[in-house]
Design a binder for this molecule. Structure first.
Ligand SMILES: Cc1cc2nc3c(=O)[nH]c(=O)nc-3n(C[C@H](O)[C@H](O)[C@H](O)COP(=O)(O)O)c2cc1C
Length: 399
């Protein structure tokens, strides 16, 4: 996946906490996204995970002492600080949190941290009572005020047997927050509504009419807008994708539920992006019991669902309305028609059936059609990249 951390120099700080084993997976995920990662670990971290593991996975020497000999005669804690684009400390012990809040530099990691000028993410992880200790809370508040990006721990059952906040978030979520930390916040004052996924229109209690929409494009848009500082609501049909972090996710099943949720949330949004594949029709009647296969043929009467996008186009005030058009032919004609008829500002059209774009794929190849008649063909790219590009175009028009 191509993200903001590709080719970036990241230092992973590892402390002596029970969750240090998770930083091995975190390192692997960062490397997978193309980041150059160096690890600085405290002496106590070595009691939990050996430096060899980090060395093998990062392909770089691990720094665990200020005074170790290095062949290149560099002053590592200064050189690495100057070369880094981001630092993430995971797990961050109560000890390192206290040291950073007070400017203490008594080992490799804490000394390095005083020389760092790039964005820093801190993942505090400890026993719940330690996390709720007044001194630790005070120190974390100091770090927030000093501009550190504190990634809140998860709550749940901890390794020490207590239940509550203090668990290190899963490595995927730490990477996600790191991406947010490094994304420019140009949507800070924007309320964004995104729809995603298919709808399910019930035929009987065990069958429904749906479509192959995976929700990936809509989720990518919601995530991208959240990274950029937007206040995001995602209304999602059934999709097998975890909720994007820090996004208000409303899960619905049918087109009618989608309509209700959209009209409830649209009012105060600056930007509305309808990436959901809403069913145009639904069975007139939902059978109370499972239909038996007694007949060779059967007819299901369908009735039309409300055209949500058209209704949004009628109701829209000073808002940017963006639609998607998945077509199997005549993309330009069909997308252009939809743009006009539904009073949209932008429509992103794509031809489905191509293995590189459309339903379920990780990439998309869309053409943007704008209200003013302009058109932009975007080459095939990952859905998260399409999402950022579309948000760029939207922001150019929001003013
Ligand atoms: C088994 C074990 C697990 C520990 N887990 C944690 C932890 O999750 N979080 C924490 O803040 N301290 C934890 N500690 C305490 C730290 O290891 C201790 O405060 C140490 O001084 C931290 O050093 P460092 O910050 O230099 O790595 C643990 C200690 C032991 C023995």
């Amino acid at each position: 996946m191509t993200t903001v951390i590709k080719n970036k120099h990241i230092v992973l700080g590892v402390c002596g906490g029970i969750a240090a084993y998770k930083s091995v997976e975190l390192l692997r995920l960062l490397k997978k996204q193309g980041a150059n990662v160096r690890v600085i670990m405290t002496e106590n971290a070595g009691a939990f995970v050996g430096p060899l593991t980090f060395e093998a996975l990062s392909g770089e020497p691990v720094c665990s002492s200020l005074f170790e000999q290095s062949f290149d005669a560099s002053i590592r804690h200064i050189d690495w600080a100057e070369a880094s684009d981001a630092v993430i400390i995971a797990p961050a012990t109560a000890n390192i949190v206290g040291k950073l809040a007070n400017g203490i530099a008594d080992d490799a990691l804490s000394t390095f941290m005083l020389a760092v000028t790039c964005p820093v993410g801190i993942c505090p992880s400890m026993n719940t009572h330690m996390y709720e200790n007044r001194a630790v809370k005070r120190n974390l508040e100091t770090l927030r005020n000093d501009g550190y990006f504190v990634i809140e721990p998860d709550a749940g059952e901890l390794a020490c047997g207590t239940t509550g906040p203090g668990r290190l978030p899963e490595p995927e979520d730490i990477v996600d927050r790191l991406l947010k930390m490094l994304t420019i916040k140009d949507m800070r004052d924007k309320k964004v509504l995104v729809t995603a996924g298919p709808t399910w229109e019930a035929i009987d209690p065990v069958r429904f009419i749906a479509n192959p929409s995976s929700g990936k494009m809509g989720y990518a848009l919601a995530r991208a807008a959240e990274y950029r500082g937007g206040d995001v609501t995602l209304i999602s049909g059934p999709a097998n994708i975890p909720d994007p972090l820090n996004v208000n996710v409303v899960r619905i099943k049918t087109a009618q539920e989608m309509a209700q949720a959209v009209f409830e949330h649209m009012e105060d949004c600056h930007i509305i992006i309808k990436a959901a594949a809403v069913s145009d029709y639904r069975p007139k009647e939902k059978e109370k019991h499972k239909i038996k296969k007694d007949n060779d043929e059967m007819i299901i009467d369908l009735i039309k669902n409300q055209d949500i996008l058209k209704e949004l186009g009628k109701r829209k005030k000073d808002q940017i309305l963006v639609g998607f058009a998945a077509e199997t032919r005549d993309l330009e004609i069909n997308a252009g028609k939809k743009l006009k008829e539904k009073n949209l500002d932008i429509i992103a059209g794509n031809l489905v059936g191509d293995s590189s774009s459309g339903f379920g794929t990780d990439t998309n190849k869309v053409t943007l059609f704008f209200k003013d008649g302009k058109k932009e063909s975007i080459p095939e790219m990952e859905k998260n990249e399409v999402a950022h590009l579309l948000l760029d175009r939207i922001l150019e028009r929001v003013g």
